[in-house]
Design a protein. Structure first.
Length: 80
């Protein structure tokens, strides 16, 4: 399978979802190159950027699972 570089942008607006998000990121850890998390306390959200090197279906799998978590939204930007 062809590997792609992707950035997964995640916004966590429900603090109770943080543990589930971290669990999912751990499950996909072998594909994660780097991660940057920023708590924005004034707006009560956490913003996370995850850089991955993985096949498209793996990237989509993570994004889809994140999107099913209440209080979490995610978007993906990939290389061609």
């Amino acid at each position: 399978m062809e590997s792609k570089i992707a950035v997964v942008a995640i916004i966590v607006s429900d603090i109770s979802a943080v543990e589930r998000v971290n669990s999912l990121l751990h499950q996909y850890g072998e594909y994660i190159i780097g991660r940057l998390g920023l708590p924005y306390k004034e707006k009560k959200v956490n913003v996370i950027s995850v850089v991955m090197d993985a096949p498209q279906e793996i990237i989509n799998g993570l994004s889809g699972k994140l999107g099913m978590v209440n209080g979490v939204s995610s978007k993906v930007l990939t290389t061609k």
